[in-house]
Design a protein around this ligand. Structure first.
Ligand code: FES
Length: 75
């Protein structure tokens, strides 16, 4: 599912999973945490500490995107 540059990943996910949890929408609360199965997230949130910025198993889709060409999530 492509994520256009003018939309965030959370918005696109909500078209497939309308009841996804989220709150702040700004990458600070952590409520939208989603499991990543494959590829590399581009963490733009403030939830992960500096030492966790290389994690590939979670993403906060309200602000973060894919660093790799694709990202496989656990829907
Ligand atoms: S909704 Fe708060 S971190 Fe995504």
């Amino acid at each position: 599912m492509p994520v256009p540059g003018d939309r965030n990943l959370l918005d696109v996910l909500r078209t497939a999973v309308p009841d996804i949890d989220y709150s702040c929408g700004e990458g600070i609360c952590g409520s939208c945490e989603w499991r990543v199965l494959e590829r590399v997230p581009d963490h733009r949130d403030s939830v992960l500490p500096v030492v966790g910025r290389d994690r590939r198993d979670v993403i906060y889709p309200c602000v973060s995107r894919a660093r790799s060409p694709t990202l496989t999530l656990n829907l």
